[in-house]
Ligand binder design. Structure first.
Ligand SMILES: Cc1cc2nc3c(=O)[nH]c(=O)nc-3n(C[C@H](O)[C@H](O)[C@H](O)COP(=O)(O)OP(=O)(O)OC[C@H]3O[C@@H](n4cnc5c(N)ncnc54)[C@H](O)[C@@H]3O)c2cc1C
Length: 374
């Protein structure tokens, strides 16, 4: 005999919570989904400005090599085939990303992979000789060992320093263990088999995932925990782990980003969805032009206006939006202590990017939620 109204209380309507809600419904069970924000979808939620879907919490391009995840998402929405091909602007000169033959052609005027490889190898050899056999000690040394000085100074150094707010010589080498270099003319940023953006938008994807759930928005679990817990047999918690334990052991730290959104009365500003600004004299790290995620070719000009987001990377303070976990030694140890407390909560499942204090791409969040027994 069931004495609680729901089988599951799901805290957070982001992709982890929404995937769980869909699976609970498919399994014939019931759930209540709550979110402290006034909209569902977590960080994939899109605002709409004059007919343009705006990625409010940063551009989200879905990419995966997991066919189960791709089929799951494609069973709910149609993916539009968008391929992420960002550009880099360094003092007004445009380069293709990721580093590939288009980039090398622009940088050195070379046309063949052998020519590009020779230049990179010469520059790498120079750094390796300077290191005298020791391991790279910081991000600068690591990058120079991987791609040489020209690419590092034009496309990595100042951009990375803006992102992290400190010199590359003070950043750990492990941040860039690998820097993909492609000796082909291929601007596709990702290596995954599948890629795209929902034609109907991420909000529709989330709505479909939540179709079998009761949803209450603007409800903060932590202000009414006991009462909300009483509504369900099990809890799925996707908020921050340290916050759930009242920050009793201290705050986990993050790097965060802030966006300035602008509407311009011109049909097309930068002719591409994403342009990174890799020089230090420009304060933002990139400009996102949202219509390029969904409007291709002539469709771009069909709307006489465009919406841009300028992305600024900033130091995180408690109370700000937690975006990127700072996985240094202090935070890793602190997280482990919180995770130990979490393991004692037998009725609560902790999942998603905040509860696991981990940068997850969307496909990985869904993959994880698809594996959990209901
Ligand atoms: C700038 C940026 C760009 C990104 N771009 C990409 C990309 O291009 N491709 C890609 O695959 N991934 C991308 N990601 C990663 C993607 O955003 C995540 O994988 C995904 O959003 C994680 O979903 P989630 O459900 O774990 O977390 P979230 O989306 O953060 O959802 C958690 C939800 O829980 C709610 N919540 C928290 N605490 C409480 C509480 N106490 N009470 C009630 N509700 C609560 C929050 O309001 C939120 O809605 C990007 C991330 C960032 C930061």
């Amino acid at each position: 005999m069931k004495n609680k109204p729901y089988d599951y209380l799901i805290v957070g309507s982001g992709l982890f919570g929404a995937t769980m809600a869909y699976r609970v419904w498919q399994a014939g069970k019931t759930c209540l989904v709550i979110d402290r924000r006034t909209h569902a979808g977590g960080n994939v939620w899109q605002d709409h400005k004059q007919g343009i879907a705006v990625h409010t919490y940063g551009p989200h391009i879905f990419h995966t090599s997991n066919s189960r995840v791709w089929q799951f998402v494609s069973s709910l929405v149609t993916m539009n085939g968008f391929i992420n091909s960002p550009l880099a602007n360094y003092h007004g000169k445009l380069f293709h990303l990721p580093f590939n033959m288009h980039t090398f052609r622009r940088m050195w005027g070379v046309n063949t992979a052998d020519e590009a490889r020779t230049i990179i190898e010469q520059q790498r050899a120079h750094t390796l000789a300077m290191l005298h056999g020791r391991e790279p000690q910081n991000l600068e040394e690591q990058a120079l060992c991987l791609v040489g000085r020209d690419i590092y100074e034009t496309l990595i150094k100042e951009y990375t320093e803006k992102q992290w707010g400190r010199p590359c010589t003070e950043l750990p080498a492990f941040i860039i263990r690998r820097l993909p270099v492609r000796y082909t003319f291929d601007n596709n940023y990702f290596n995954d088999i599948y890629q795209g953006i929902p034609v109907e938008g991420y909000n529709t994807l989330i709505q479909k995932m939540l179709q079998g759930a009761d949803v209450r928005l603007g409800v903060d679990y932590l202000t009414d925990k006991a009462q909300l817990d009483a509504l369900a047999d099990k809890v799925v918690y996707t908020g921050s782990l340290d916050e759930d334990f009242g920050f009793s052991l201290g705050h986990l730290q993050y790097r965060t980003v802030r966006f300035e959104h602008k509407t311009l009365d011109i049909p097309d500003f930068q002719h591409n969805a994403v342009v990174n600004y890799t020089s230090a004299d420009v304060p933002y790290t990139r400009i996102i032009e949202h219509k390029h995620f969904t409007h291709f070719g002539e469709q771009v000009r069909a709307l006489p206006h465009t919406v841009l987001s300028y992305e600024y990377s900033t130091e995180w303070q408690p109370g700000m939006e937690p975006f990127y976990p700072l996985n240094n030694r202090r935070n890793t140890l602190l997280y482990e202590q919180y995770a130990q407390l979490a393991r004692n909560e037998k009725n609560v499942l902790f999942g998603g990017r905040l509860a696991e204090y981990k940068y997850y791409d969307m496909d990985k969040v869904i993959e994880k939620a698809l594996q959990i027994p209901i």
